[in-house]
Unconditional design. Sequence first.
Length: 122
Amino acid sequence: MVQTIALVDDSVILRTAIKNVLETFNFKVVLEAGGSAELFKGLSEKPADLVLLDVFFPSENGLDILAQLKKRFPKTKVLMVTGLRQETILSEAQRLGADGVLYKPFDTDELLASIRRLNGEF
């Protein structure tokens, strides 16, 4: 059951907007990170049920972060977030263990529907 969430995106503006939406719907954002170093340090201190993880960062690749994340925290669910609709990204994310992909721009209903699917709600 997803209750705690970590947001990983290099855009502080996007993280803040998503956090505000999630907290409106009683989810607890336990971590905001701009990259993998902050993510792994933060998850060691405050585990999360779900990580919303961007695919593209200025100096690293979200798919590489996903692979590390699934090795270190295999029970944590991961939704990849990207503005690029490429089959190769989707298939690689699935192969590496992502629980879903959310395409930017997304609205509140799409975000909440993705989380409900992870919780087995329809």
